[in-house]
Write a new protein. Structure first.
Length: 452
């Protein structure tokens, strides 16, 4: 039943008053609280929707409006702000989009393949467990210990990646076109971990199962023996830096939200505290431009492409002092001082980092200062790699292990670049001590004797 203009004005004022006094909403539910709609009617808040995706194109807005009308719900009155509507527990348009996608996912056929969107995440109470895992993995060590970096290097090596690149990114990205307003807290500085191997479906399953080793089940005994990392478990070291890591690889981007504070409106729950998007099935830059701007263009990641991404990008947005105080996982807020400490520590052990890996041939650390724009290229600070072009007849023993710093850093905060070459025996060490077929060989004993 429609109401007149005066009654609509009164209803709007009452809604604003209720939103400003949260205690008054304790006795009301979205099914009993009436709010004014754009059609000058009063309807329960649960049967309305407000537009928190105004950045969508005009054509997409028309489509969404048609869907809202066809579903029998109403837009809230245009005098009701998004903040007031959210306080009155009116669902946002983003929640309707998520619900629509989840409904489609439930009805997917085998021929059509999975939907572009589904709820996903680690399936157990997480924050206490993760706090314990972070403590066990880092064991109270300082940034100079490089525990998390070693875990990610081992994971990349297990995936047979040959290049790993860490980027300290100090930029701030937009906070308007996000999957939820709460995600705006994590649009600031972050650490990127890139490698040139793609995630498999089983890899994503392992991540959400806190260290399950299912990715090894299908391999032979020899292949399982050669993968020594605890893939899912080791990955959780990223929570020493962040509460909201994300992984983009193949055709999937996975956001993990153990607190279920930031993605609940998009379908995350305590049972599945995260979301998984298949970005080849939708235009993520059109729907959530600010959310995906950080990934677009980095290490060849083209979100306008119709092809899967052949590498892996892990984004670890840093806790601020505010989010660190609220975190149930860690109270650590990463600073530039921590980053510099890590860089200095890596300089000292960079060559050794490659010795115990079987596939990775290059490790690089880079830096993106805060004043750079969205398409900024990372500036290399330190790099270590195996120079396979200088092989000698004796094979891997003749490889050269080099540490490069060929970018002249302009920022006074960054350490100066350096260059050195390690002993040629380093690669022979790597070959012998990662071999599963030479445990007691004469060659190995002879090499140990020569070292001594």
């Amino acid at each position: 039943q429609q109401v007149n203009a005066t009654e609509v004005d009164i209803a709007v004022r009452l809604a604003i008053a209720l939103a400003s006094c949260p205690s008054s909403l304790d006795v009301l539910t979205p099914d009993t609280l009436l709010v004014p709609t754009s059609r000058c009617t009063l309807r329960p808040a649960s049967e309305c929707v407000f537009n928190n995706m105004k950045w969508l194109s005009a054509e997409e807005q028309r489509k969404r409006n048609a869907v809202v009308i066809a579903s029998g719900i109403d837009w809230v009155h245009n005098s009701i702000s998004n903040e007031v509507a959210q306080a009155l527990q009116v669902p946002g348009l983003n929640a309707r989009v998520a619900a629509e996608a989840l409904t489609c996912a439930d009805g997917d056929s085998a021929e059509e393949g999975p939907s572009w969107f589904e709820a996903a995440g680690q399936q157990e109470p997480l924050t206490t467990r993760l706090r314990s895992l972070v403590r066990d993995i880092t064991d109270g060590a300082s940034m100079a210990d490089l525990s998390m970096f070693k875990e990610l290097l081992q994971n990349a090596d297990d995936a047979r990646a040959t290049e790993v690149h860490f980027v300290w990114d100090w930029r701030q990205f937009g906070t308007q076109s996000l999957m939820s307003p709460e995600m705006g807290r994590w649009q600031g500085p972050c650490l990127w971990a890139y490698n040139n191997a793609a995630f498999s479906q089983q890899d994503f399953e392992n991540i959400t199962q806190l260290g399950a080793m299912q990715k090894l089940a299908s391999g032979s005994r020899s292949s399982r023996a050669s993968q020594i990392g605890r893939f899912g478990l080791g990955f959780n070291s990223v929570y020493s830096f962040t509460d909201l890591p994300s992984i983009l690889s193949n055709d999937v981007v996975l956001f993990l939200d153990p607190h279920v504070r930031h993605l609940r409106a998009m379908g995350a729950s305590a049972q599945k505290p995260g979301i998984k998007l298949r970005f080849l099935k939708i235009d993520v830059l059109d729907k959530f431009r600010d959310q995906f701007e950080p990934y677009h263009g980095l290490f060849g990641c083209d979100l306008n492409s119709s092809n899967p991404y052949p590498g892996t990008l892990i984004r670890m947005p840093f806790r601020t002092q505010e989010t660190a105080r609220k975190s149930s996982i860690s109270s650590v807020a990463i600073t530039q001082s921590d980053a510099l400490q890590t860089l200095e520590a890596f300089r000292e052990v960079s060559a050794q980092c490659l010795l115990f890996l079987q596939h990775v041939q290059r490790i690089e650390f880079s830096w993106i200062p805060p004043e750079e724009g969205p398409r900024a290229a990372p500036k290399s600070v330190v790099e270590v790699h195996i120079d396979v072009s200088q092989k000698q007849p004796m094979g891997s023993a003749g490889d050269v292990l080099e540490q490069d710093g060929d970018v002249a850093m302009q920022s006074p905060e960054l350490p100066p670049a350096a260059c050195q070459t390690t002993d040629l025996e380093a690669l022979e060490y790597r070959r012998l001590f990662t071999s599963r077929t030479l445990p007691q060989s004469r060659e190995r004993r002879s090499f140990i004797a020569s070292l001594l």
